[in-house]
Design a protein around this ligand. Structure first.
Ligand code: XMP
Length: 509
């Protein structure tokens, strides 16, 4: 197998809330970056042939009994290392400097840099979020920046190619943050800007061809961006040896199943099979109300349908899926709490026999969209809002029945239609209607009603890790509420969800 990916930057994850952002910022410089757990061994790191290493922030104090530590030999690999926040403190502590616990500092500060390889001379606004700070750098290091409260806000040993910075250059509040990454990846690590959609496509196509060989693969498509991009990549690699399978679980939005079939007829030349498996899914979901159980059941039914169809397609050993990097990172993080089993990662059943190939597993959503554009997919497809694999099942609280799905589909179609016309559509990452299982009293005509509410959700987000409610114009909300209550049977109230993520999540289940 050839070296599959361009040489890039390894980000060692010490549990910081901004670790993914660090990887994104590096990739925005067109340099590949990969996140590894903090305890990756020097051999594992060397095997990736990185041009540089970044140590992320983290919630612990370096002196805490269970503080995550790296093997100090990482500093002697001859590969440049940049420590950020906790990574900066860890570098200082491990190499003989002093770290002190101080008052927690959270927010903006002014960084004064003397001018060095990493930091341009001058003052700039930076974002701080730390408890400990470096009081004295290790010997051989020079202090390269200070703030009013931080005597060693940045340090470096240019001779050893080791650099530390207390603030967070990866967050947008740090005004010259991008420059810090550019200086590190280009000037210090000599990376080339070779992480591009075109290069990714070339290597991903090669990977698919090498793995599947002369065999046959099926690609599970849902009509969403991720699976459509995965299918287009796989199609480029395998041509007629790929069959795309669309399982209509009966939990799609209004008219969506027909739309998916049309997209594949218009834009793909691989074989395409659509299966109506709604009855099977509804039967399996009967009386189930627990969100995790719903997700597990849907994941298992998916695989059952695929395995059966894959068998009918012929010799078929591979299932291609559009799993993205955030799902992979979250599923593989030993310290993070599990919030939801994404059906395409945690929900796969133990008895699954088919091999899974996930060509987009290293991409963030915006990168998958760029790959889709490069592959020539139409803009309306590439720009589609994310839609969860378990579909409307996780937007129907309580039991999922065909009647409740139909009710939600109608309400959702009204909401989306009005939001598109609202003037805020372009700021929305995801928007939808959810159906609750509580009932409330209302009055329609002269009669009492006792029915379910619909909740509207419209959030802005960069990568679905955090999200805030969109300020939808009041008139739009009113029009949506009036139309839903008038046009959808069994609904007598409409609510707007103002909660951000965290503490809520984007989906209701
Ligand atoms: P939450 O609800 O966890 O969702 O804030 C984050 C993003 O993930 C989507 N999502 C899923 N996508 N399979 C998927 O492919 C799933 O099981 C799944 N559950 C949630 C969600 O729509 C949002 O974009």
């Amino acid at each position: 197998m050839p070296q599959l990916l361009p040489q890039g930057i390894i980000v060692l994850d010490f549990g910081g809330q901004y670790t993914q952002l660090i990887a994104r910022r590096v990739r925005e410089c067109n340099v590949f970056s990969e996140i590894l757990p903090y305890n990756a061994t020097p051999d594992e790191i060397r095997a990736k042939e990185p041009k540089g290493i970044i140590l992320s922030g983290g919630p612990e104090s370096v002196y805490a009994p269970n503080a995550p530590k790296l093997d100090p030999k990482v500093f002697d690999l001859g590969i440049p290392v940049l420590g950020i926040c906790y990574g900066h403190q860890l570098m200082a502590a491990e190499l003989g400097g002093e770290v002190h616990t101080t008052n927690r500092e959270y927010g903006n500060a002014t960084l004064r840099a003397i001018g060095s390889r990493l930091l341009e001379k001058g003052e700039s606004r930076v974002w701080m979020s730390h408890g400990d700070q470096v009081a004295a750098p290790p010997s051989g290091f020079q202090t390269t920046a200070t703030t009013d409260t931080c005597p060693v806000a940045a340090m470096e040993s240019d001779e050893r190619k080791l650099y530390g910075i207390q603030c967070h250059p990866e967050v947008t509040h740090t005004e010259r943050g991008k420059e810090v990454f550019k200086r590190f990846v280009y000037d210090i690590c000599s990376c080339r800007p070779d992480w591009t959609a075109a290069n990714f496509i070339a290597t991903a196509v090669e990977e698919i061809r090498t793995k599947v060989g002369t065999g046959h693969a099926v690609c599970a498509v849902s009509g969403g961006v991720d699976s459509c991009v995965a299918a287009a990549l796989a199609g480029k690699a395998l041509h007629k040896n790929l069959t795309c399978i669309f399982v209509d679980h009966g939990l799609m939005r209004l008219g969506e199943a027909e739309e998916v079939e049309k997209v594949f007829a218009d834009h793909y030349d691989s074989r395409f099979i659509a299966v109506d498996a709604a009855d099977q899914f509804f039967a399996a979901l009967k009386s189930v109300i627990d969100p995790e159980e719903k997700r597990k059941i849907i994941g298992a039914e998916f695989i059952r349908v695929f395995e059966k169809l894959a068998g009918e397609v012929g010799e078929c050993e591979w299932l291609i899926q559009g799993t993205l990097y955030p799902d992979v990172i979250e599923s593989g993080n030993p310290v993070a709490a599990k919030i939801k089993s994404h059906h395409n990662v945690g929900g796969l059943p133990d008895w699954m026999r088919i091999n899974v190939l996930e060509p987009l597993r290293l991409l963030f959503k915006d990168e998958a969209r760029a790959v889709g554009r490069e592959l020539g997919l139409p803009e309306h497809l590439v720009e589609r809002q994310p839609f969860p694999g378990p579909g409307l099942a996780v937007r129907i609280l309580g039991e999922v029945t065909p009647e409740r799905v139909e009710r939600l589909q109608q309400a959702d179609a009204i909401a989306i239609h009005e939001l598109r016309a609202s003037g805020v559509w372009d700021t929305i990452w995801q928007s939808y209607a959810a159906l609750l299982d509580v009932r409330s009293v209302g009055v329609m005509g002269d009669a009492r009603t006792y029915e379910n509410p619909i909740v509207l959700r419209a959030v802005a987000s960069e990568d679905a890790m955090t999200a805030v409610a969109v300020r939808v114009p009041w008139e739009t909300l009113e029009r949506i509420a009036t139309r839903i209550v008038n046009e959808v049977q069994g609904v007598n109230r409409v609510l707007y969800d103002l909660t951000s993520k965290p503490p809520a999540t984007i989906e209701w289940e």
